[in-house]
Design a protein around this ligand. Structure first.
Ligand SMILES: Nc1ncnc2c1ncn2[C@@H]1O[C@H](COP(=O)(O)OP(=O)(O)OP(=O)(O)O)[C@@H](O)[C@H]1O
Length: 962
């Protein structure tokens, strides 16, 4: 009757099984150095599963659970630590250790190391291609150029294998001897040192954590070996051992395979590199150790200790002569662990069906098996690493321990597993020029690693949800964990063979350690950043270390189904795949050869064997497949988006560079034009003054050295001009910044002319507006009047006449301009229009004139000269630009700009004809008949200049904006 049938969990139920580990109260996330990420704090929770089994071991690294990961203090990164509950003490995060690989020598390509340890637990990673640190490079990446990552511990380059083993793996070895499961996996990009860390190197003392673990295991159980009557099966089951099946295979590799792989090694050769560590174990128990070695390659699981069947009759393959090696390997399937194996534990993991396992009696025997497995492991050469591991290698050590007093009682046995995983490197197709089959291989490697990351993410998120919900419910006085679990996401273990095979370590009782290998001289900064982020994520996932359950059910006699079962020949048609292996060639010292391995793959569905006691719901399976497909589509879309984004960034960067270059050219041209204009203006002034005869008989002075470098010097200038230029340049340099130039005539303007009593009153010279001569008596001063007055003085007298031009800001420096634009408009309106007689305000003390007798004449002369300033209402902001008619026209013609590409700028530049520039002129003029005669400024000039007043005003506004 169906109603009486014992309830068997469905596959769906195993999938939706929620890990019960609850995160502790405090966690620290990775923080970008430039942009710190705030630390989130999760409230403490009641445990969802009360563990009745307390760990038997001392938790060496459990102290790290209670200690918040050290992290550089930052204002925005305040960590609030909440006391942990008793239940939380059973849980701990996945330990993440960083190992930094040393630089191996000159041959190895290297960039500057981008990792700099900040402490034992934190490290800064800085992109060597960051434009800030290396301006010659442009960085197109969404990865932060600098970040700080925290780990449980960081091992610098000089760390020895022994030290590394002691701190990372020894606690797991101790655990497994005391009945607790453990997982260790090495993660990192290609060539970062994963295999070196797990397997070790060739020189003495370089044995990796795997051989050392074997040494310590056998050192510790010396004299405590069990009979091996029972063997472990599946995840937690035991069965009566079949002596013939569990005997270790001959460890000599098949000669054909050894030759093909180019590894002429003898796995049985004695190993002198032995770790002497001995752990204290419970001597009331007997121990047997079982070893198996599997690999996940191209999303298929293979047994590395299975006999490789050489189908080639010719023995050693000679593919160059047309022969190829045909090796048949059978992919194994993963099956859910039956509940009957461990009813107490409720483990929902999967085991590798058909994976062979061998009882090993000594460390050397175990190491020989591992080496044989290594030989069988797919080792391909790539550009990145000639010995690159293209598969995930898993060595599974099982320790079966039973009390001496219950030697024959299988229900008293305890099985603990320690799995050491050497993950394949995250492939960099760009760097390794991977194509074809290799590309597919890389895709599968990346897929399994990606799924591993997704699993971590979902686990973390589920654990947080549980934590938050239970905390709230606990506060409300209610606590229904089933409700909470129903809302949790499915952890996608099933999306990859790797995660499927390891899932029980994450959801069951186990301790997990992650080793992150990084080569800081590697050029793959972005890939290593992903690895670091993965580690940060893993550290936030919590596992529950607890001893494995003791068998309580009677063990079926004989061989358990599926443990050594192979796919039968009449099984559904297997998939055959050919793989080409290239060995030797230039540089290797061996003759180049290629061999073809033909792999027989059995899909999971094909190997559905009878020991699978889990009913499968096809609808659920279909839904999961769909979910998986959608996830993959999402992943692909994200990849496409990332590529498009990178392309767009690059395009924008190129466009910006072009624009910057054109702007640079434009501004250079403008600058040149400005310089030319200034020169022309100066020339024009000199011409004007020269033509007006003011410098008819200048006093010739020796040319100062500075004049030689003057920009203004022109070869066609006469002596007068040279003298003037000397004055101009020297005065420009020395008096730049003064608001007004001082001259002997300054302060002797109209006011003085009208009030002789105030003759001595010093005042600053402010250019007068272009006053109409008829407006004043002084303005009516005619040439003849001047002539007569000058005549009275004689030609020998001389006075200094100052002509000053300055910018508004300078003129008002003694009163900086702060008005609005409207005010400015008003100020800039011709003064004649506002006030017929704008009176300049005395502002500054002028040097006394030596020609005080000529004051009336001089003041008239000065007013006459002031017309030349075109001051427009006395606004001192105006430059004095007086152009003779002929030159003026020439200037107008030359003011056209050629840059038609930017009409807006051209338009503005056209209005730059009378750009006001700070020019200071102080001229020493002979006062006399000749001077007076030449002082007349034509009305035409004045009108023209006044008409340009508006242009000047606009230009000034524009330059103000610039
Ligand atoms: N800590 C170390 N000290 C000295 N040499 C090291 C160290 N780590 C790695 N190496 C050397 O670096 C090279 C690459 O290391 P390894 O093969 O372990 O990289 P990997 O990460 O396993 O690469 P892949 O994923 O491609 O297999 C090897 O020659 C190894 O001997």
């Amino acid at each position: 009757m169906s109603s009486t049938k014992p309830k068997v969990p469905t596959r769906a139920s195993t999938r939706t099984k929620t890990p019960t580990a609850v995160p502790p109260t405090t966690r620290t996330t990775r923080a970008a150095a430039s942009k710190p990420v705030a630390t989130t704090t999760t409230p403490p929770l009641p445990a969802t599963k009360k563990s009745t089994r307390k760990p038997l071991v001392s938790k060496d690294n459990a102290t790290e659970v209670a200690v918040a990961p050290t992290k550089p203090a930052s204002k925005s990164n305040v960590t609030r630590k909440i006391p942990r509950s008793d239940e939380d003490a059973d849980r701990e995060p996945i330990m993440a250790y960083l190992r930094i690989r040393p630089h191996l020598g000159e041959d190895e390509p290297s960039s500057a190391p981008y990792l700099s340890p900040l402490s034992d637990t934190s490290v800064r990673m800085t992109d060597p291609h960051d434009p800030h640190s290396n301006p010659s490079r442009f960085r197109v990446s969404t990865i932060a150029p600098s970040s700080i990552y925290t780990f449980s511990h960081i091992f610098p380059t000089q760390t020895s294998q022994s030290e590394f083993f002691t701190k990372t793996t020894l606690p797991l070895v101790r655990d497994v001897l005391q009945g607790q499961n453990g997982l260790l996996f090495a993660y990192g990009v290609t060539n970062s040192g994963k295999t070196y860390t797990v397997q070790g190197g060739a020189h003495a003392g370089s044995a990796g954590i795997l051989p050392r673990s074997l040494d310590v295991l056998f050192n510790s159980i010396e004299g405590l070996h069990g009979t091996g009557k029972y063997r472990p099966v599946r995840l937690q089951g035991v069965e009566l051992a079949d002596k013939t099946d569990s005997a270790p295979p001959p460890v000599a590799p098949e000669p054909a395979l050894a030759e093909v792989l180019g590894q002429h090694m003898d796995p049985s050769a004695s190993d002198t590199d032995i770790d002497p560590t001995v752990l204290k174990v419970d001597r009331n128990y007997e121990y047997t150790i079982w070893l198996s070695y599997a690999e996940v390659y191209n999303e298929k699981v293979y047994d590395l200790l299975d006999n490789v069947q050489d189908n080639s009759t010719g023995g050693i393959p000679r593919s160059n002569s047309g022969k190829s090696l045909l090796l048949t390997r059978k992919a194994l399937s993963l099956k859910p662990s039956p509940v009957s194996d461990s009813p107490d534990a409720g483990i929902n993991g999967k085991y590798i069906s058909g994976l062979r396992q061998f009882r090993v009696h000594s460390a050397s025997q175990a190491k020989a098996l591992v080496k044989l497995g290594q030989l069988h492991r797919r080792v391909f050469g790539t550009l990145a690493n000639r010995e690159s591991s293209r598969s995930h290698g898993m060595v599974i050590l099982k320790v079966v321990r039973g009390h001496r007093g219950e030697r024959d009682d299988p229900t008293a046995l305890q099985i603990a597993r320690l799995t050491l995983v050497d993950l394949a490197g995250s492939e960099r197709t760009k760097h390794t020029q991977t194509t074809g089959d290799r590309l597919k291989e890389a895709g599968n490697i990346n897929k399994s690693l990606m799924v591993l990351g997704q699993c971590m993410e979902v686990l973390r998120s589920n654990q947080r949800k549980v934590a938050v919900s239970l905390a709230q419910d606990g506060l409300d006085g209610r606590m229904d964990t089933r409700e909470v679990k129903r809302g949790l996401a499915v952890v996608p273990f099933r999306h990859s063979k790797l995660t499927e095979a390891l899932m029980d370590y994450f959801v069951g009782d186990a301790r997990a350690v992650m080793i992150v290998n990084v080569n800081p001289y590697d050029t793959g900064y972005d890939e290593n950043s992903h690895v670091m982020k993965f580690a940060a994520l893993a550290r936030e996932v919590y596992v529950t270390p607890a001893p494995a359950p003791v068998q309580r059910l009677p063990v079926a006699a004989g061989k358990a189904q599926g443990t050594t079962k192979r796919a039968t020949p009449d099984a559904p048609k297997p998939y055959r795949r050919k793989v080409t292996i290239s060995t030797g060639g230039p540089g290797s010292g061996r003759k180049a050869s290629e061999a073809v391995l033909e792999v027989l793959e059995v899909d999971e569905g094909d190997a559905a064997e009878s020991d699978d006691d889990e009913p499968i719901n096809p609808l659920v399976d279909a839904l999961f497949d769909e979910v998986e497909e959608l996830r993959m589509q999402l992943f692909e879309s994200e990849m496409r988006c990332a590529i498009i984004e990178a392309d767009v960034r690059e395009e924008v960067m190129r466009e910006m560079e072009l624009r910057m270059a054109s702007m640079e050219k434009m501004y250079a041209r403008r600058l040149m034009n400005e310089v030319q204009q200034n020169e022309m203006k100066t020339d024009a002034k000199i011409d004007m003054l020269h033509q007006s005869g003011l410098f008819g008989s200048p006093v010739k002075r020796p040319k100062p050295p500075s004049a030689a470098a003057s920009d203004i010097s022109e070869e066609e200038e006469d002596d007068v001009e040279t003298s003037l230029v000397d004055d101009l340049t020297s005065e420009d340099e020395s008096e730049q910044g003064r608001s007004l130039s001082l001259s002997p005539l300054a302060g002797k303007g109209k006011a003085q002319a009208r009030s002789p009593a105030k003759q001595e009153t010093p005042r600053a010279y402010i250019p007068d507006p272009p006053m109409l001569p008829s407006d004043s008596e002084d303005a009516e001063l005619t040439e003849s009047e001047l002539e007569s007055e000058d005549g009275a003085e004689g030609e020998g007298d001389a006075a200094s006449v100052g002509i000053s031009a300055t910018t508004g800001s300078e003129a008002e420096s003694d009163g900086e301009y702060t008005g609005t634009e409207d005010e400015e408009e008003e100020d800039w309106a011709p003064a004649a229009a506002k006030t017929p007689r704008a009176k300049p305000t005395p502002q500054r003390v002028a040097s006394p004139s030596p020609a005080s007798r000529a004051q009336p004449r001089v003041s008239k002369l000065e007013r006459g000269m002031s017309h030349l300033t075109l001051g427009g209402g006395g606004d001192p902001d105006d430059s004095v630009i007086i152009l003779p008619v002929k030159k003026f026209r020439a200037r107008q013609e030359s003011s056209e700009y050629e840059d038609q590409a930017e009409p807006g700028i051209v338009k503005k530049k056209k209005r730059c004809v009378l750009h006001p520039i700070p020019v200071f002129l102080r001229l020493t003029l002979p006062v006399g008949r000749q001077l007076a005669k030449k002082t007349v400024v034509t009305e035409e000039q004045i009108e023209r200049a006044a008409a340009k007043q508006d242009s000047s005003k606009n230009v000034r506004r524009m330059t103000g904006r610039l």
